[in-house]
Design a protein around this ligand. Structure first.
Ligand code: DC
Length: 230
């Protein structure tokens, strides 16, 4: 049997990376790892401990507590779906709120947060057989990944998708607020000093603004077969 590779899926927020990555992982029998969820869980921890005030993060206090923050993934026995745990508590629903989305970029820009989570991600993917989705997987976490995909779509298309997703879960949302949040996160994610969002030189680009989910799946499976047969 072929050696199990590492698949890095990076790109802008809300461009459907996680749906694609999850689908691909299921189809090829790999483990899906949502690294954005890890940054979101650390952000939730900081919010709960009043370490965030407006757009200011108390970096010193958060740094002092990093060893107390454990982010892991569980799997729902009934649905088979993965969920994110913060110190053992299932926080999957809470980390998707607009409040967490609004605060996550400054937390994800902190070098000590990135180095701690990068180390954990490298450990999780060490043996291969993972589809890891994030912003810096192909550039910083696994620069030697056998397949790197960079996903993009227009900010309006992405805001519409996030809006529909929140509405479907009956969560509070306004399209304008979401669009603003998407643009702000694009800016912060691609301009931070440590591991900014950028396309790896050897990544294949997927602009899925006008693609259906089955079309994206077919495209990805094709890239996977090319990478594993190379
Ligand atoms: O994919 P997402 O929207 O759940 O990610 C949440 C935030 O975490 C996003 O604003 C950027 C940050 N992030 C990151 O900096 N590096 C990653 N590997 C994954 C996410």
């Amino acid at each position: 049997m072929d050696k199990k590779i590492i698949i890095a899926i990076d790109g802008y927020s809300s461009c459907g990376k996680s749906t694609m990555a999850k689908d691909l992982a299921r189809a090829i029998g790999y483990t899906y790892i949502d690294t954005g969820a890890m940054y979101r869980a650390v952000t939730l921890y900081a919010m709960r401990h009043s370490l965030i005030d407006g757009d200011k993060v108390d970096a010193d206090a958060l740094a002092a507590r990093m060893d107390d923050i454990r982010v892991t993934f569980g799997r729902d026995a009934a649905t088979g779906l993965p969920f994110t745990q913060l110190n053992g508590e299932n926080v999957e629903h809470e980390i998707r709120s607009l409040a967490v989305s609004a605060h996550v970029s400054p937390v994800a820009a902190l070098p000590f947060v990135r180095s701690a989570l990068t180390r954990q991600q490298q450990e999780m993917g060490r043996a291969g057989g993972v589809v890891m989705d994030g912003r810096d997987i192909g550039t910083a976490v696994f620069p030697d990944a056998a397949l790197k995909v960079f996903v993009t779509a227009s900010p309006e298309v992405r805001a519409r998708r996030r809006y529909d997703e929140l509405k479907a879960k009956s969560m509070e949302a306004s399209f304008e607020d979401i669009l603003k949040n998407v643009k702000e996160r694009d800016y912060i994610d691609s301009h931070r000093e440590v591991a900014p969002l950028r396309q790896a030189d050897d990544a294949v680009v997927l602009d899925n603004s006008h693609m259906t989910i089955p079309e994206q799946k077919e495209w990805l499976l094709n890239e996977f077969h090319k990478a594993t047969q190379a």
